[in-house]
Design a protein around this ligand. Structure first.
Ligand SMILES: Cc1cc2nc3c(=O)[nH]c(=O)nc-3n(C[C@H](O)[C@H](O)[C@H](O)COP(=O)(O)OP(=O)(O)OC[C@H]3O[C@@H](n4cnc5c(N)ncnc54)[C@H](O)[C@@H]3O)c2cc1C
Ligand code: FES
Ligand code: FES
Length: 1301
């Protein structure tokens, strides 16, 4: 008889873990980070949506007598699941102490990381893949990485790094077109051929699976802890008797859904009965009628078994189309990590109308085998089974044991369709499974159309089939079915179905029809097939350092991030990885749930009586000023009397733990009186709700006088939307009071330490010299952590000062989404006058932006829009006006390329309109109007060293634009439902602040007597490689190798009064400061170098020391001389320009709105790069972030002012699958930038703008579809171009049966 165990036994990185009273609600992620202090596994979302917490599970498969491995998201796995498992985390893969693994080395050498927050997850996904497949294909590599989100790199270098381990990886490398631009240049293939320990990662032997775990997979378990129990029976009878005995019991399978209920306190106590090892629920069998699949099989298991079954059915066979459809649905269900954990039973029982698999099961007429004390029964999976979203018809006493799926009858075609916001790891916007049986004559015997994501439950339509039955699958039947389909969707959804979903549903049916017709050989048309996929590849071309450059001189060399070894091993410390102080407290803010309301009362009594609560904070507890802000002191730390947006901080609870603080915060009761609110720009315009922003005049003539003289004058409006920064590291702070003369230390996730110090001083009422703000690194920033930071540390600082104890606060992803502000949405109204030949003559633009409820940096964003609005084009007469709308939404803030990207988008949209109107090629019109050397722009700046034309020409030539344009036209003439577009855009981006004093950097260089050097500077390292570049600068300046130089952190105590790390300027200002400090040291050392000419660095350093010469120097960087007079509207707002061009080709599916970027070619002038590979990383990462803004990143607010997204599950960033299938980046050679550190240029923001080429290419593809419909006039098109917006812009006529005979 099997014995029952009451202790949890598992292994982590070969260490045995024994837990006597494991808490059934603890996730593996919490356990690793808090109990085992293994902080390499990161928590970026805690929702299962990002993969940064990926770990590998290994177990003994008794049936197959072998060790199995899979990657899972630790935030979705309950630790009690792990009895008998071996867990490997990034710490178990390699370390700087024991040596890096091949994967880690390759990632580092291929520049496959920037901020490094996603990196441990990436390493673990690859590590798991290699344990399962010795030489994976690139397709399986990309599929594995679909669950891992990276916001920095744009994925290409990650794929490059991991391709080393794939089939044909090296062969591909051999195909590089070396010598592409002369001999000085090199085509870099980072890290190739240097992975001696690759094999280590492939060896299963490396995972020494502990013998004792082999027997533990089948034991019965009983864990009890507090209000919770975890029971693991092994037979179905035991399950039933436990359900009978244990009150308040819940079945738990993978737990991926249940864990959400535990985290949200939807279930607060009870018994969890784990059925994963119940024999009857792990079966998989098939006979000639169909397949039976156990409810406890993971979705990966199901797919593997189905694949094997499909093989045995001879490639699907005539009765196996249903199997193929199931496999297709499973392919696109969530991501590998989730499929590895989630089970068939859990998936069916959550009754989610968006389910990928259930739509096939319902279409196939699958049956659930259910058991209870009263016996077995079988019940069909249909809309009587799925009664509503989240509910099935099963009684609480019933258990789903297995699912039986019948094979389809012969002569039946079954297909699955899904359209999501993003290809790969995304819930469906609509999905459907269709089944058509044909009789001997080829007419419909039966047609089933089953849809998910449109009604409250997945269901078959009932009326459409009767229309089709007896008819041939020809176009006239299609028309009749589409008519009925639209009617039925409308009726069954009570009129709630959107036009997009109706069109999409018809699009699926058109595709289905084409497939059947092709099969019957009536027609061989491929234009309704999905978009074709190919593996992504990349090339990078840049200038190598000259052969004579001394070895110690690191400038211009591609050197990996200095912290890369720590980042790839998970050893690098981020904020929440800091060990807890013994007496540490946690503060949890309470947020407004109203967009605009008067606070009537705040009842804290229940919260204060809750366990662990220490204090309550509100406006009255702020010792200094309860206000902060950069340009206006208009943002309260805690609301006073009134709230102005959902997510505004009202008060806060301080408690002894995060759990206690959050639990108590939920118990604070706030009574409101709602007041009228404004959430959209239209509402703000109608209500005249603006911030006091006066458009700074840029004197460039009066377009109103010019328009009457133009051949054409066109007016229009375009919009661009919100963009969430989505830095992966959660925001927060650890504030440590020193209890000595009022000193306080703030560790926070900020790009602007000085602004934090200033705000803290104001809030706490203490001088700035008592406050030290320190940062080791940030897991991404992108502008989102500049001027919103008081939200991230303010409450913790007040608590720390009041209570004299360290206080921590970490924002979860949902809170961050709801409170911290985004990229500003723009509504831009334009009027453009031009000649017949396409020459621009006059442009007038009114920008409206949604600033949110406080000013933040919205005025500066508007200024930047006005400065950059000319884009790369000469417009002789120009006027631009800004309107900063005040709404009841969280204050929007800076984001990469702020103002510039949005303004350039408008100008490029105008160029599209001009070209369409005059009937000339867009590229011709762009080139015609493009700036040249010596051109004067709209604020009267002469363009010197203008590389624009050169970038443009190189881009056109290298991309073979002319040739490919012809191929695109041919393709479009041959395809009705799929269209391509190819476009080139130029780039001019001004670098430098228009306010002179901000263009300054600070540095401190200290030399120690062993010759080692530390640098401190004003910039924050957040993945852009700033510290590495500063070390490179110092290596050249001091003539020492980089190994001698170290940067530990950024602190306001080492470099005061610093400019925030932003605006592509940090290398310029801080690099100049480092250089200045190094030059001072050089001057001091010069006499000793002369005195001891044969000496070494340490000799000179020691000689200087003995002479009492300071080996410490501060430096200031003051690049440029620009300044703009905002009163008069004159001056020079930028230091220099970065130039570039991009050619992008896209393909769209006009029936669904899906798209794929096929190819992007970038040529960019960034001066003499300090570190070309790091700069390529910024270019690719910036481009992909811009691509997300242009396409899939859509954020909506409800009319009540609530953000309708709370993390990666409902807000989609580009994933691995979405990046250009080919991307080439060429850095222009021989174009040094005078007046900057070693002739380099800023690179952080400009490439983001190049993603507008995706917009132009998509617009062309849409235009081709419009042309088929006879629409040839100019049209305005907004971004983001989501699937819905692309589809709705394509005037595809849905077939109709109106005229059918
Ligand atoms: C981030 C994320 C992304 C996702 N994306 C997708 C997607 O793109 N497409 C898609 O289709 N799905 C998606 N899902 C849903 C996913 O498929 C489900 O979470 C999963 O299938 C649930 O399975 P589980 O085994 O983990 O269920 P559990 O969490 O273990 O159980 C779920 C519920 O079912 C009950 N239950 C489980 N088994 C039984 C049984 N045998 N009898 C009776 N009751 C039972 C449990 O009591 C529980 O209430 C996603 C989920 C997450 C977390
Ligand atoms: S933290 Fe687990 S998936 Fe994001
Ligand atoms: S490196 Fe991937 S998120 Fe920053």
């Amino acid at each position: 008889m099997e014995k029952t165990r009451d202790t949890l036994v598992f292994y982590v990185n070969q260490q045995k873990i024994v837990e006597n009273r494991p808490d059934p609600t603890t996730t593996l992620l919490q356990y690793l980070r808090r109990h085992l202090k293994l902080t390499g596994t990161k928590n970026a979302c805690n929702q299962g949506g990002c993969g940064s917490c990926t770990v590998m599970l290994s177990w003994w498969d008794k049936a197959e007598q072998q060790i199995k491995h899979s990657n899972v998201n630790a935030c979705l796995v309950l630790v009690c699941h792990l009895h008998g498992y071996a867990v490997t985390t990034v710490e178990g893969v390699g370390s700087t102490r024991k040596g890096l693994s091949g994967i880690q080395t390759s990632l580092m050498e291929s520049f496959g990381l920037q901020c490094g927050f996603c990196t441990p997850g990436m390493v673990m996904t690859m590590h798991s893949l290699l344990q399962q497949t010795a030489e994976p294909s690139q397709e399986s590599l990309e599929m594995a990485l679909e669950g891992n989100i990276c916001r920095c790199t744009g994925y290409r270098p990650i794929v490059d790094a991991f391709q080393n381990f794939c089939k044909k990886g090296c062969e591909k490398r051999g195909q590089c077109d070396k010598g592409d631009i002369e001999d000085l240049c090199q085509l870099t293939i980072n890290g190739s051929g240097k992975h001696e320990n690759i094999d280590d990662d492939k060896l299963e032997g490396k995972i020494r699976f502990p013998k004792e775990l082999k027997d533990q997979g089948t034991e019965k378990l009983v864990f009890r802890s507090g209000d919770w129990s975890w029971l693991r029976p092994v037979t179905i009878q035991e399950v039933l008797s436990l359900m009978d005995k244990e009150p308040n019991s819940h079945i738990v399978m993978g737990g991926t859904n249940l864990v959400g209920k535990l985290k949200s306190n939807t279930i607060t106590k009870g018994t969890l009965i784990s059925c994963k090892n119940v024999q009857e629920m792990t079966i998989f069998k098939h006979n000639e009628d169909g397949i039976e699949m156990g409810a406890a099989l993971t979705l990966t298991n199901v797919a593997e078994r189905l694949k094997a079954c499909n093989l045995s059915l001879n490639g699907g066979g005539i009765r196996g189309h249903v199997v193929t459809a199931m496999l297709e649905s499973l392919r696109w269900l969530a991501c590998q990590q989730i499929r590895n954990q989630a089970t068939l039973g859990g998936h069916v029982m959550i009754s989610d109308p968006r389910s990928d698999l259930c739509v096939v099961l319902v279409a196939a007429g699958a049956r659930a085998v259910v058991i209870s004390k009263s016996g077995h029964r079988e019940v069909e999976l249909n809309n009587q089974f799925f009664t509503s979203n989240g509910k099935t018809s099963l009684a609480p006493t019933e258990v789903l044991v297995s699912v039986k799926v019948p094979f389809n009858p012969v002569n039946t075609h079954v297909a699955y369709y899904k359209q999501a916001s993003r290809k790969g790891f995304s819930y469906a916007l609509l999905n459907g499974c269709f089944s058509a049986s044909l009789d001997g004559r080829g007419s419909f015997r039966n047609l089933d159309l089953c849809f998910g994501t449109v009604f409250e439950t997945t269901r078959k339509l009932t009326k459409c089939p009767s229309i089709a039955n007896g008819n041939y699958p020809d176009d006239s039947t299609l028309g009749l079915v589409c008519d009925e389909l639209k009617r039925e969707l409308q009726a069954e959804s009570n009129g709630t179905v959107s036009s997009y979903k109706q069109n999409l549903a018809c699009g699926f049916v058109i595709k289905f029809w084409r497939e059947i017709q092709n099969k019957l050989n009536h027609n061989k048309r491929a234009d309704a097939n999905g978009l074709t996929w190919k593996p992504c590849e990349g090339q990078q071309v840049f200038q190598a350092p000259s052969p004579g450059q001394p070895a110690h001189d690191a400038v211009g060399r591609s050197i990996p991030l200095v912290s890369a070894p720590a980042l790839v091993t998970g050893q690098a410390m981020f904020l929440d990885d800091m060990p807890r102080f013994e007496n540490e407290l946690y503060v949890q803010p309470v947020f407004s749930t109203r967009a605009h309301a008067r606070i009537l009362s705040i009842d804290k009594s229940v919260a204060m009586a809750s366990p662990g609560v220490v204090d309550f904070l509100d406006a009255s507890t702020v010792p200094g000023e309860n206000k902060w802000g950069l340009f206006a002191q208009d943002e309260p730390l805690f609301a006073e009397n009134e709230v102005f947006c959902v997510g505004q901080v009202v008060c806060a609870i301080v408690a002894t733990s995060e759990h206690y603080a959050k639990t108590a915060a939920d118990l604070v009761k706030i009574m409101y009186l709602d007041l009228p609110n404004i959430t959209t720009m239209e509402e703000a315009i109608a209500a005249d709700s603006y911030f006091d922003y006066t458009s700074h005049p840029i004197d460039c003539g009066d377009p109103d006088k010019q328009f009457p003289l133009c051949d054409f004058v066109k007016e229009g409006q375009v919009r661009s939307g919100f963009q969430e920064h989505f830095y992966l590291e959660p925001s927060g702070a650890v504030v440590v009071p020193k209890n000595e003369l009022g000193e306080i230390e703030i560790f926070t996730t900020s790009q602007a330490p000085t602004f934090c110090q200033t705000s803290a001083s104001q809030i706490l009422g203490i001088p700035r010299n008592r406050i030290v703000v320190r940062q080791k690194r940030l897991g991404g920033g992108f502008g989102g952590r500049e001027y919103r930071t008081p939200l991230m540390f303010g409450a913790a600082a007040v608590a720390a000062q009041r209570l004299g104890k360290p206080v921590r606060m970490i924002m979860d992803r949902k809170t961050d989404f709801q409170t911290t502000g985004k990229r500003h949405p723009f509504l831009s109204k334009y009027k453009a006058g031009f000649r017949y030949d396409g020459t621009l003559e006059a442009v007038s633009i009114h920008f409206y932006i949604n600033a949110g409820y406080t000013l933040d940096v919205s005025a500066a964003i508007m200024d930047n829009a006005c400065f950059n609005v000319d884009a790369a084009y000469k417009t002789p007469v120009f006027s631009v006006y800004g309107h900063v709308c005040k709404t009841n939404t969280p204050s929007n803030t800076s984001m990469r390329a702020f103002g510039a990207a949005e303004a350039v988008f408008v100008m490029e949209a105008i160029m599209c309109t001009v070209a369409d109107t005059v009937g000339l090629d867009q590229e011709y019109v762009r080139q015609l109007n493009m700036y040249k050397e010596g051109s004067i722009n709209h604020y009267k700046r002469k363009l010197e060293n203008c590389m624009l034309q050169r970038c443009w020409r190189d881009c056109i030539t290298q991309s073979k634009f002319e040739e490919r344009s012809k191929a695109v036209s041919l393709y479009n003439s041959q395809n009705k439902f799929k269209k391509k577009g190819i476009a080139v855009m130029p780039l001019k981006f001004g670098v430098g602040y228009p306010v002179r004093h901000l263009n300054q950097g600070a540095a401190l260089v200290n030399i120690y007597l062993d010759g080692s050097i530390t640098i401190a500077h004003g910039g924050v390292e957040m993945g852009q490689g700033l510290h590495t570049k500063m070390i490179q600068v110092a290596s050249r300046a001091l003539e020492v190798p980089i190994e001698n130089i170290h940067i530990s952190e950024t602190g306001t105590n080492t470099c005061p009064n610093t400019t925030s790390t932003a605006a592509s300027l940090s290398s310029d200002i801080n690099g100049a400061a480092v250089l200045d400090a190094c030059n001072k040291i050089n001057n001091r050392l010069r006499p000793y170098k002369q005195k001891i000419p044969t000496g070494q660095w340490t000799d000179w350093v020691n000689a200087a020391y003995m002479d009492r010469v300071s080996l410490s120097a501060t430096g200031i960087g003051r690049p440029g001389n620009q300044h703009w007079d905002f009163e008069k509207g004159v001056g020079n707002p930028v230091h220099y320009y970065t130039f570039g061009a991009a050619c992008t080709e896209v393909e769209i599916d006009c029936l669904t709105g899906e798209h794929q970027v096929l190819d992007t070619e970038i040529v960019i002038d960034i001066g003499n790069s300090l570190n070309p590979s790091l700069d390529v990383g910024q270019i690719e990462g910036g481009f992909v972030q811009g691509y997300g803004w242009v396409t899939m990143e859509e954020l909506k607010f409800s009319s009540k002012g609530e953000t309708l997204a709370c993390g990666p599950v409902d807000y989609k960033l580009p994933g691995i699958r979405n990046i250009p299938r080919r991307m080439k980046v060429s850095i222009l050679k021989d174009c040094p930038n005078k007046g900057t550190v070693y002739s380099s240029k800023g690179v952080g923001e400009p490439p983001l703008l190049l993603a507008i080429s995706v917009y132009i290419a998509m617009r062309k593809a849409i235009q081709a579809c419009r042309a088929d419909a006879g629409l040839t006039d100019a049209f305005d098109l907004d971004i983001p171009l989501t699937a819905e917006n692309i589809r709705m812009a394509c005037p595809i006529e849905i077939p109709t049966g109106k005229f059918a005979s």
